[in-house]
Design a protein around this ligand. Structure first.
Ligand code: ADP
Length: 445
């Protein structure tokens, strides 16, 4: 980028210098032409003072030695005097533009290229009397000769100016690029001010992407650390129980208890691994999603039936209300979503508590007409979630009461999975909860 800007600066500077030089030469030549014409006009004044043809001829002959050609022409174009040629031999001059102009306007002038490129002839004509025009001509340098004379100094000036503009371009480019380099160096610092207003959206986008990358990396790191930690606990107890059995320290009665412990820990491991795999699948693309028409009431009913035993074990009643509602969704994901929400409502409930599942249509007015939404509500009369935790419970491994979660077989991943499923179905999830009173989670599909 630096090189490109540098090159552009130099090209622009070269073009500017060249065109300025050309313009100056043209202006200078025009001034030079005007000056020559002024000089010729001054000589005409001398002729105007001549009283007779004789005096004109005498003056004309004198001026010949100064390289000036004097011609006197009558109105019909006949040349009656020329200090360099025999006027009898000369052709009619009525068609000469400077002569014509002089008869018409009093004065006429023209510059004609002479035989060589280096010289031009400057003609100035003026009316002496009603029917007589005097023309004075003089050879002077042409524009080419003037230009070729100044070429060496032009080249030197050009080279010096280009060298200067290259140095300047180098510094200017550095100055232009510096804010961008600084921004790249300080991508982590949330510095809102930038020297270039136009770059603000671009910088914001890059900064956001950068923050996302950093956030994702740290989330992944945290997740790996959490998974390792969660795997370690059941594996340690499995290893401990096995060691006790192996060393013969456990009585026959204990062996049964320890075996149950091993099975529990193994089940915990299995659930954890399954949830981790599921989360990583959901983290990926949508390729594995199969959208179909689903009866949410039917799915909720199956879920309530499947969890009836668990509810009984926790001494919690579970019920379903609502009507048959249809959505387009992935069956497996919807089952998982229902299961996780209902399972939580049972596990974080109190003895004698209630879980109410409801599936219904709720109409909300959209700009393009009425769009019915399917609303799934899972309400419990359980322990509730304190306000400060409500936003975080959808994070991986975030648990309000770790020991309760673990003792009831939780992994801390259930709501993270729910959040993914909700996002993949373009749905919304809302939570209303009060500590000690209960929780209501609503999914709007
Ligand atoms: P877990 O496997 O621990 O249940 P989840 O991701 O399903 O993990 O839930 C995260 C945390 O949110 C739980 O540990 C619990 O503290 C809290 N939570 C979830 N659902 C409820 C609920 N219905 N009532 C009270 N707390 C809940």
């Amino acid at each position: 980028m630096k090189k490109k800007i540098n090159r552009m600066f130099v090209v622009i500077a070269s073009l500017a210098i060249l065109s300025t030089m050309l313009l100056i030469t043209l202006v200078y030549y025009d001034l030079f032409r005007q000056q020559v014409m002024e000089d010729l006009r001054a000589y005409v004044v001398l002729f105007e003072g001549c009283g007779s043809e004789n005096e004109i001829e005498q003056l004309g002959n004198r001026l010949e030695q100064y390289g000036m050609r004097i011609t006197v022409v009558l109105e019909d174009g006949t040349v009656i005097y020329d200090n360099e040629a025999d006027c009898g031999q000369m052709e009619n001059h009525s068609d000469r533009p400077e002569i014509k102009q002089a008869f018409l306007e009093g004065e006429g002038q023209i510059v004609r290229r002479s035989d060589t490129l280096a010289k031009s002839t400057f003609y100035f004509a003026a009316r002496l009397t009603e029917n007589k025009v005097i023309r004075i001509a003089k050879d002077a340098g042409s524009i080419y000769s003037i230009f070729s004379k100044v070429i060496p100094s032009l080249i030197i000036t050009f080279a010096v100016l280009i060298a200067l503009s290259m140095i300047l371009a180098h510094f200017l480019t550095g100055k232009l690029i510096r804010p961008i380099e600084q921004m790249a160096e300080n991508l982590d610092v949330n510095n809102d001010t930038t020297d270039y207003e136009e770059l603000t959206p671009f910088i914001e986008m890059i900064r956001k992407q950068h923050q996302d990358i950093v956030k994702n990396a740290s989330m992944r790191q945290e997740f790996t650390a959490n998974v390792s930690h969660e795997l370690k606990t059941p594996l340690t107890s499995i290893s401990g129980y096995a060691e006790l059995i192996e060393t013969g320290m456990a009585s026959e009665k204990d062996v049964i208890r320890f075996a149950a412990g091993i099975r529990n820990s193994a089940n915990r491991l299995l659930t954890l691994i399954n949830d981790t795999i599921r989360l990583s699948q959901l983290d990926g693309g949508e390729d594995d999603m199969v959208f179909e028409r689903l009866n949410m009431y039917e799915l909720a009913s199956e879920c309530v039936d499947a969890l009836a035993m668990s509810a009984k074990k926790h001494e919690v009643s579970i019920s379903l209300a609502g009507v048959e509602c249809y959505i387009e969704g992935d069956k497996q994901m919807m089952e998982e979503l229902l299961y996780n929400l209902c399972d939580n409502a049972i596990r974080y409930n109190n003895v004698g508590g209630k879980v109410e599942v409801k599936v219904e249509y709720e109409k909300s007015v959209q700009p393009g007409g009425e769009q019915p939404h399917v609303v799934l509500t899972v309400r419990d009369t359980g322990i509730g979630i304190p306000k400060e935790h409500q936003e975080r419970i959808f994070e991986r491994f975030y648990r309000v009461d770790k020991s309760r979660s673990k003792s009831t077989g939780g992994t801390g991943l259930g709501l993270a999975i729910v959040k993914h499923i909700v996002a993949k179905h373009n749905a919304k999830i809302q939570i209303v909860s009060e500590e000690g009173k209960g929780t209501e989670i609503t999914v709007i599909l």
